[in-house]
Design a protein around this ligand. Structure first.
Ligand SMILES: [Zn+2]
Length: 445
């Protein structure tokens, strides 16, 4: 691949919208038929309203296909056969990848992929990395705890696919990661915006290093939370690192569907060759095609085959931009990236946090009272969660054990760390009607 070519796939990334939509319709009909013929779940979903794949004749017909919610995925996976229920569209022997969602909004959803799906994942990521200026001459460091979450796994393989030298930062701690990046003169890195800011802090305070001067990072790909699409945060990271910062958005159940290019157009390009995006008016349910109107993202992964993602209700709030990008890509832009969530679930340190998950833990421990408060705040650039809760025990060693158990169970359930404050029984505010247990102080100002 010639490093001077600005696109990973020049033909597809510059395809006029009209031709792109013809391609999308063809691919949509193909994946719909695939699900209808191979998965009991999809067949019965479509049968329930008397829909057959042949009924979809234009892109305007796509909204006739029922949406799939995350809660439905959980239900499916409780059914036989284990572990994917009746949605799987390929023989289990063809599944080569297992990942799962974080489970902070409930039971984690399993995500099977075939090797073909995995190639597709890395192709989506290769498209975005190339667009952000990654080239074979780059040495890419990935400070990510490789595990059951998909996060930067696909970024890793895409970086290799492009021809970059790819360095797994796996189990190293933050200081060791910074020193390794310095030692090997890494030129790019991928992480959540919170972690990227935290690394800069650690470099300065603990190692006496200024990332902008002492490291050779020129570009940073952020994912997992929307920070890199927030102008003030982007600027802060770019200043701290002396590097360009690019946003990327994806999800376990969907794939890597949106990215910022090197022109930083104030939003995310949709990878329209691989995904069909619909923006749905939250109140009326109508499909919004014009720019400047916010709605909910309904998305189809057009080429994913093991567990297809067809009209998935992503609950992300987005709006089309009314301008095109200077990069020459015809992929449309979502202005400001993902602007928010359709429900009030909040993200902390890049992880979705549902207050109900905390409640579940608190109420499952008999030595804790009923009253508690959760306060999310920012210390410097790092999110912190304070959990204030009443303890029904009083001895020092009991309190210590209780705190440690609470921390462990909260981490297991929500993948997050908490600052715990235990109070004597009866000292937290009581609510008569609707308790205000969750306060997100980051939203102020
Ligand atoms: Zn662009």
């Amino acid at each position: 691949m010639d490093s001077n070519v600005p696109y990973w796939n020049p033909y597809i990334e510059t395809l006029p919208l009209e031709q792109m939509q013809k391609l999308q319709l063809r691919k949509f009909k193909r994946i719909l038929e695939w699900g209808f013929e191979r998965s009991k779940f999809h067949k019965s979903l479509y049968d329930s309203i008397g829909l057959e794949p042949g009924d979809i004749k234009t892109l305007d017909d796509v909204h006739l296909v029922p949406k799939v919610e995350k809660s439905m995925m959980r239900e499916i996976q409780r059914k036989e056969p284990f572990p994917y229920g009746d949605i799987l569209c390929v023989p289990l022997e063809e599944v080569t990848e297992f990942r799962q969602t974080s489970g902070t909004t409930g039971q984690p959803v399993y995500q099977p992929d075939t090797w073909q799906d995995w190639e597709w994942w890395s192709e989506c990521w290769a498209t975005l990395l190339w667009a952000q200026g990654y080239r074979p001459s780059d040495r890419v460091f990935i400070p990510f705890g490789y595990n059951v979450f998909v996060a930067f796994w696909a970024g890793h393989y895409a970086s290799e696919k492009i021809g970059c030298e790819t360095v797994p930062g796996g189990v190293l701690d933050t200081e060791a990661r910074i020193l390794k990046m310095k030692e090997i003169c890494a030129t790019a890195l991928m992480a959540t915006p919170t972690y990227v800011l935290g690394m800069a802090d650690t470099a300065k305070k603990r190692l006496g290093l200024d990332p902008a001067k002492d490291l050779s990072i020129t570009k940073i790909t952020c994912a997992g939370e929307p920070g890199a699409s927030v102008p003030a945060t982007k600027k802060r990271i770019e200043t701290a690192w002396g590097a360009k910062v690019f946003d990327h958005v994806g999800a376990t159940e969907i794939g890597a569907w949106g990215f910022e290019c090197a022109c930083q157009p104030g939003g995310l390009h949709i990878n329209e060759a691989m995904f069909l995006v619909e923006v749905e008016d939250i109140e009326t349910g109508e499909i919004i095609n014009e720019p400047g109107k916010k709605g909910k993202l309904i998305i189809t992964a057009l080429d994913r085959i093991a567990q297809p993602c067809i009209r998935f209700d992503a609950k992300d709030i987005v709006e089309y931009a009314d301008y095109q990008c200077d990069c020459g890509r015809t992929f449309r832009i979502l202005k400001g990236g993902v602007i928010g969530r359709a429900d009030d679930i909040t993200k902390v340190k890049g992880v979705l946090l549902a207050p109900s998950a905390i409640e579940d833990v608190v109420r499952s421990i008999p030595a804790l009272g009923n009253e508690y408060e959760v306060i999310v705040d920012k210390k410097g650039d790092i999110d912190e969660i304070f959990l204030r809760v009443e303890a029904l025990v009083t001895s020092g060693s009991d309190l210590k054990d209780l705190e440690s158990r609470l921390k462990t169970e909260l981490r297991l359930k929500t993948n997050l760390g908490y600052k715990i404050e235990l109070f004597p029984e009866g000292s937290l505010p009581r609510y008569e009607v609707k308790a205000k247990r969750f306060k997100d102080l980051r939203k102020k100002g």
